[in-house]
Design a binder for this molecule. Structure first.
Ligand code: SF4
Length: 460
């Protein structure tokens, strides 16, 4: 009983969050910055923040995550971190030679009120930024929002500092990737390639946080969206944002700045969300859907149909990020499962509206909650009140799963206690097939372990 103090009875809490379903803004900004080729994320704050953000990413991706820090002391905490940032910029370009330094703030530098625009403009005027190099920045005060907000702010900064419109539009579709695994980005690019669509994806962490072991250390791995592509994104004819919380702000900013029209859809997780992505890309790239993709879809439908009796009616609790939870909930419903409890630490009306739409008539008793009061303690209480057959979420759920003896599928961020989640996609039809198989395995393994001996079946 690791969580022995969790009671089934709920008490109204106004000022206490227990086990939040989120992490802090700069983690998201750091992750998104790694999706720009040759960029070094820079945390403007204390060493402790930067170490935490790096280790959160390293534990999940099992890769070294490079980032610098303004390394605030007591003095900079009181008088401001301007001189720390300027000397950091000089040192970083001299010692580590990135193409871009991507600065994000922290609680501390935001509380002091450091003005990044002024500090970095001054550094530029004083010749601290070498020719051909860039320093970009975004504000990520972590006492509001979550890692998803930070991710969104960093992606919007890419638009602000790079996207440029020329009089000539190109027959290219921008794909703005919401928070997903590098393998998910790789899969979406593969689908676009199979369709022969010309696309620019940003950010793109494939080849950065799933780079092969070569025996040689690469401070800046081969992957990541290039600066040239980010600049050219201003000339694309359309943008598809994947995940409202992570990408809508960037889509709006790109339209305002470069007149590139956009559509925001869900991350293509599951059958219907992938259908919407393929339809959108097909329409905006003006290309037909090739047989190869239709066949992948058919295999997924076949798998769901063949195993429907195992999926049917299974009660599921899930938690994580809204851009993932919305299509994941839809996918569970597609398989006739029952997503009954859904929790995200990221606040927003969109999540609540989508959950109402998805669950309203089908599962009227389902409970969902978003924002900082939506924590995993309450999710556990709901499970204690009426159990579920499956729990889906990041590593923090393993304690609930163990205490309540529930099959547990690790999905989301962070996954610190398992490997492989960044290799096998969950996006596209192939990803949905992976996901459905993993769900099936969790359910059947549990049945094999816990059913009466007389009911143990050799075959399905
Ligand atoms: S919440 Fe604020 S103080 Fe804590 S690690 Fe994040 S940025 Fe630093």
């Amino acid at each position: 009983m690791l969580l022995r103090h969790t009671t089934a009875k709920e008490i109204d809490r106004q000022a206490l969050t227990i086990n939040p379903a989120k992490t802090c803004q700069p983690v998201g900004a750091m992750y998104a910055a790694l999706g720009l080729h040759g960029a070094l994320p820079h945390s403007h704050g204390s060493q402790g923040c930067c170490s935490y953000h790096r280790s959160a990413l390293t534990r999940h991706f099992k890769e070294p995550v490079m980032a610098a820090t303004s390394s605030f002391s007591e003095g900079s905490s009181v008088f401001g971190g301007s001189s720390n940032l300027v000397s950091a910029i000089e040192t970083i370009f001299t010692v580590y030679d990135p193409d871009v330094i991507a600065v994000h703030t922290t609680c501390l530098s935001e509380t002091i009120g450091d003005d990044l625009t002024q500090i970095i403009s001054k550094a530029n005027e004083d010749g601290k930024i070498p020719e051909g190099k860039k320093v970009i920045y975004c504000n990520t005060p972590s006492y509001v929002g979550t890692h998803i907000t930070g991710y969104s702010n960093q992606v919007s900064a890419f638009i602000k500092f790079f996207a440029t419109a020329t009089p000539k539009k190109r027959n290219v579709v921008n794909l703005i990737a919401g928070w997903m695994e590098p393998s998910d980005m790789r899969e979406i690019k593969r689908l676009a390639k199979v369709m022969e669509a010309r696309t620019i994806m940003f950010p793109d962490m494939s080849g950065v946080l799933d780079a092969p072991l070569t025996g040689k250390f690469a401070m800046y791995p081969k992957g990541g969206t290039t600066q040239a592509d980010l600049i050219a994104a201003g000339d694309s004819k359309f943008t598809i944002g994947l995940g409202a919380y992570s990408t809508e702000d960037a889509c709006v900013k790109l339209e305002n700045k470069c007149r590139v029209r956009f559509e925001v859809i869900e991350i293509p997780i599951g059958l219907k969300a992938t259908d919407r992505f393929i339809t959108s890309l097909s329409r905006h790239a003006n290309l037909p859907v090739p047989d190869e993709i239709t066949e992948e879809r058919g295999r997924l439908v076949d798998l769901i149909a063949d195993n429907h009796k195992y999926f049917y009616g299974k009660r599921v609790a899930l938690y994580g990020d809204p851009d993932t939870l919305i299509p994941l909930t839809e996918f569970l419903l597609t398989m006739d499962m029952k997503p009954v409890y859904i929790v995200t630490g990221t606040l927003g009306k969109h999540f609540d509206e989508m959950m109402r739409d998805l669950l309203g008539e089908k599962i009227p008793k389902a409970k969902f909650k978003s924002g900082e009061r939506a924590d995993m303690f309450q999710l556990h209480q709901w499970i204690k009140q009426e159990p579920v057959d499956l729990l889906i979420g990041n590593t923090y759920g393993k304690y609930i799963a163990r205490d309540e003896n529930i099959p547990f599928l690790r999905y989301g961020f962070p996954i610190a206690d398992r490997a492989g989640h960044n290799f096998f996609p969950k996006t596209g039809y192939v990803g949905a097939t992976n996901l459905a198989i993993q769900i099936l395995e969790k359910l059947l393994d549990h049945t094999d372990r816990t059913c009466p001996e007389a009911k143990v079946e050799w075959q399905m």
